[in-house]
Design a binder for this molecule. Structure first.
Ligand SMILES: C[S@@+](CC[C@H](N)C(=O)[O-])C[C@H]1O[C@@H](n2cnc3c(N)ncnc32)[C@H](O)[C@@H]1O
Length: 282
């Protein structure tokens, strides 16, 4: 199998499509309102894919056998990741109602991969129980890669991560795409539909704290503009509902005492010294 660097380098970018081998995927016109239904459409830019190329070129090509993706949209990313990573099992979920796509149907038929590629619609990534049932049924050997390109909102993304992180095999990757939207100009408006939403910056901060903590839940964390990737360490954690990220994030204790008493310590000690001086005069 060619290296992942070679695979990413083989993507040919044209104005309105990408080609990888003999597979063609249309690029979403970011100004159009709805995706077309007769071609697989990819909602990614070259700028983002170049970041993925840098990240994945360091990794083994056959490392990603079991993949779960959140956010199907126009099926383009399902095709793209299948072409790049050649998994044994690929399941993608989306909260929307199913949309038929003849381009995707012919891709699956041509490559005879209906038994290993599944797309599940009306599936909310915030539904932990449904995610756990899905993993029990489809991924008995755990997950090697999760790509979350779904809601991009904290209230769905965090429960999804809490359901799936325990299922990730040691060394496996959990990627959250477009985490940084809070820091992009176009989102900086009170009229934006996400104006009152908690962003993913909070989750990335929580993950950094967990990665730095004295346990092996997260081995490594890689943050760039287009995505954040967490590499799973070897710590075993419960995979049913009880898993909470906070439990694995450690902090120094006695914060209150440190901030309430320490700043006044010099003056408290000063008063004591004065009293001592006075009593010695007496
Ligand atoms: C940016 S699009 C995905 C693009 C696709 N991965 C690609 O690169 O071409 C985001 C998708 O996430 C789905 N989505 C939004 N909220 C979701 C949720 N709570 N659970 C699952 N999917 C969700 C949307 O319906 C939409 O199709």
């Amino acid at each position: 199998m060619p290296s992942l660097a070679a695979k990413f380098n083989s993507i040919l970018w044209e104005q309105d499509r990408v080609r990888i081998g003999d597979t063609e995927i249309a690029l979403h016109d970011f100004t159009a309102a709805t995706p077309s239904t007769d071609a697989c459409l990819l909602y990614k830019t070259k700028f983002l894919m170049d970041q993925y190329a840098r990240f994945f070129s360091q990794r083994e090509p056959h490392a990603f056998r079991n993949i779960l993706e959140v956010g199907i949209w126009g099926y383009g990313s399902v095709v793209l990741w299948n072409e790049l990573l050649r998994p044994e099992k690929y399941v993608a979920i989306d909260i929307n109602k199913s949309t038929r796509n003849s381009g995707f149907e012919s891709y699956v038929g041509r490559n005879e991969i209906a038994h290993k590629v599944k797309t599940l619609w009306e599936f909310d990534q915030g539904d932990k129980t449904k995610l756990q049932n899905l993993c029990d049924a489809e991924f008995p050997n755990g997950l090697d890669l999760v790509i979350d390109d779904g809601s991009h909102l904290y209230r769905y993304t965090r429960p999804c991560l809490e359901a799936l992180l325990p299922r990730l095999n040691e060394g496996g990757l959990y990627i959250i795409e477009d985490w940084a939207w809070e820091h992009w100009k176009s989102y900086d408006s009170l009229l934006h539909p996400w104006a009152t939403e908690e962003s993913l910056t909070k989750l990335v901060h929580e993950l950094v704290c967990t990665a730095g903590s004295a346990n092996e839940l997260i081995q490594d964390i890689y943050v760039c503009k287009g995505f954040v990737a967490i590499q799973r360490g070897g710590l075993r954690v419960p995979s049913v509902n009880g898993f909470k990220l906070d439990t694995y994030s450690q902090r120094r204790r006695f914060k209150f005492l440190r901030s309430a008493i320490f700043p006044f310590l010099p003056s408290i000690l000063g008063v004591k010294r004065q009293l001592k001086k006075l009593s010695s005069w007496g």
